[in-house]
Design a protein around this ligand. Structure first.
Ligand SMILES: Nc1ncnc2c1ncn2[C@@H]1O[C@H](COP(=O)(O)OP(=O)(O)O)[C@@H](O)[C@H]1O
Ligand SMILES: [Mg+2]
Length: 379
């Protein structure tokens, strides 16, 4: 039998989506084919500290813990890191008493981190430096998928349909509030959505209906980011589509967040990640075939426009009444919990969670091999 692959699953992280990441990682570990992979869980705390596998394992669900190789949860490793120096292969352990560094190979890393410091290209940059294959988007796709303004600029270039938007810096807001409000009222008007450019899970997002609520919404968003985006509010169904692949990506059947009672007026963090019964993810979404094809085409186009790799979930608005399709955003590391849309859409498309993970890992190797064809000198 082929040698098992050692997969480093990194989770937790310094973002408001820490909890979701822990749940996603547990689901990933539970679904991974035990015969093919040995998993080394690596956790990053909210403060940014890296926890070695034995400690990281304790954060996971009992089900996921039970599936880890014994050595993983018992071996004493001291402090750990992945170093940007590729001569220290994989997971490096070091101790404070001046002992030598010890490196353990990792065949591939699976970052299961959402939001800043994980989904945004920062961790991906470290993994590029370390020269280790990793699952998902590279530095560029991750960074552009995180920044809603940069992402929209790329979508615009690709000719993708979007709602009207404008953006400004926190520094501009601090310098001249009236000027910023005038710009928003002139370019967008009410009702509008105010968002920090670089976050996820609806954190810092609110809807403004007049000047007073706009000021409040901007103050809130400005707590989370130096860049703020404001969009026209659309009355629309929320449709999602999963994309998988590298240079020839494929799209799943779309799913839909069906909202039964939403007092917040939009899908906030609580609605998306708890079973309140007010929101249901329905897959496949009830849509005419022609619209499904269009969504899949646009999802792949969006993926290509950010130079995506591995996976992405592309979120759409389907305007009520007109059925106009707009792209909302692309997530390069979508939620991967057992109730998350991304795995559910693949399951509905005939690809089981564990087969999907096999593909993602193979895609990580494929991309790494492809990149290693690059020459680094002129000779
Ligand atoms: N322009 C908009 N019009 C209507 N609803 C919106 C708009 N933008 C966001 N929303 C609502 O807010 C939610 C979160 O916004 P989104 O841009 O997807 O941020 P996040 O990255 O946090 O998921 C959406 O799923 C939707 O319910
Ligand atoms: Mg979203």
């Amino acid at each position: 039998m082929a040698k098992k692959l050692r997969v480093g699953v990194i989770f937790g992280g310094r973002s408001s989506e820490h909890e979701v990441s822990v749940r996603s990682a547990a689901s990933v570990i539970e679904a991974m084919d035990r015969k093919r992979y040995d998993v080394l869980p690596i956790a990053i705390t909210r403060e940014g500290k890296w926890l070695p596998p034995a400690e990281a394992a304790k954060l996971l669900s009992k089900g996921a813990q039970a599936l880890l190789p014994k050595e993983t949860v018992t071996k004493e490793r001291g402090e750990i890191a992945i170093l940007g120096d590729p001569s220290h292969v994989g997971l490096t352990s070091f101790s404070f008493n001046g002992g030598p560094l010890a490196s353990e190979p990792l065949d591939v890393v699976f970052p299961v981190l959402h939001g800043p410091f994980g989904e945004d290209g920062t961790l991906q940059g470290l993994l590029e430096m370390a020269n280790v294959p990793y699952v998902g988007g590279g530095v560029l796709a991750s960074a552009c998928g995180m920044d809603k303004v940069a992402m929209k600029h790329l979508f615009l270039q690709a000719g993708l349909p979007m709602c009207d938007y404008t953006w400004f810096l926190r520094a501009h807001w601090r310098a001249d509030r009236e000027k910023v409000i005038r710009k928003i009222e002139r370019e967008i008007g009410y009702p509008c959505f105010v968002k920090p450019a670089n976050l996820g899970s609806s954190v810092g997002i609110s809807k403004a209906v007049d000047k007073q609520s706009l000021v409040k919404a901007i103050d809130l968003a400005a707590r989370f980011d130096r860049k703020i985006i404001v969009e026209e509010a659309v009355d629309a169904r929320e449709i999602e589509c999963a994309v998988l692949g590298n240079d020839e990506p494929k799209a799943s059947l779309p799913g839909e967040y069906v909202v039964y009672d939403n007092s917040a007026g939009f899908l906030d963090y609580t609605e998306k990640y708890s079973k309140t019964g007010r929101v249901e993810f329905v897959v496949p979404a009830s849509l005419p075939k022609s619209l499904v094809t269009k969504i899949q085409k646009l999802a792949v186009l969006a993926f290509r426009s950010v130079d995506g790799a591995g996976l992405a979930r592309v979120d759409f608005f389907l305007k009520r009444g007109t059925n106009e399709l707009l792209i909302n955003e692309l997530n390069t590391l979508p939620g991967l919990t057992d109730v998350s849309g991304y795995p559910k859409m693949w399951e509905a498309s005939g690809l089981s969670y564990s087969k999907m993970l096999d593909e993602l890992i193979e895609l990580a190797f494929e991309r790494h091999r492809e990149k290693s064809l690059n020459q680094s000198t002129l000779s």
